[in-house]
Ligand binder design. Sequence first.
Ligand SMILES: [Zn+2]
Length: 234
Amino acid sequence: MDYYAEREEVAYFMRRLYDKNLTTCSGGNVSLKLGKDKICITPSGLDKGRIQPEQIGIITLEGENLTPELKPSIETSMHIAVHNMRPDIQAVVHAHPVTASSFTASEIKINTALIAESAVILGTPIFTQYAKQGSTELAKVVSAATAQGNIIIMANHGVLTVGETLLKAFDRIEVLEASAKITLYTELLGPKRALSDSQLTELITPPKANVNDEKKLIDFIVNQVVEQILKMNS
Ligand SMILES: [Zn+2]
């Protein structure tokens, strides 16, 4: 079977989404880039909790189904549009986790400034307007949103994350669901204390001393190389 390792990886992360209660047996889809111009993607209409590598389809980024015996996900055009928008990422995960999806139907936003893990891994999620599932419009609004960030909240639908690896995209969706729960629990507990602006800045920005040290080291190496070249030419 072509691309066995990649299809096995997609099947594994789909089953993991189901096992972790991040999707229902029919919802959610996962895709992974194959080279520069193809993706492999979960199928439509099969039990997501038992998905196997031979059920993962292969599609070109122009939409041609290279595994016509398999029915691709209804959100294939959304995955293709996101991969075309973000050639820097390898993986796309879309699901309807219960808590995060509740916020897609609420005026309240998931607060990613309550604990350090959310602030570092999620930053600020991007909210998109509503569009019907499986539609070209949905593919358009969601892919446009991924130009601004890695975590997308889709109005009255669900969430989508992207990553340089499948693990990174999965981590983002798992932390997003955890952050949605933490937002809900802290609302129930009453008065809350979020991280301050300076604490958030400290978490997200690398320490200045290290940046300077690194720059000094690079300058030093460049100077050494230039000196050597000048010596060789003199
Ligand atoms: Zn969906």
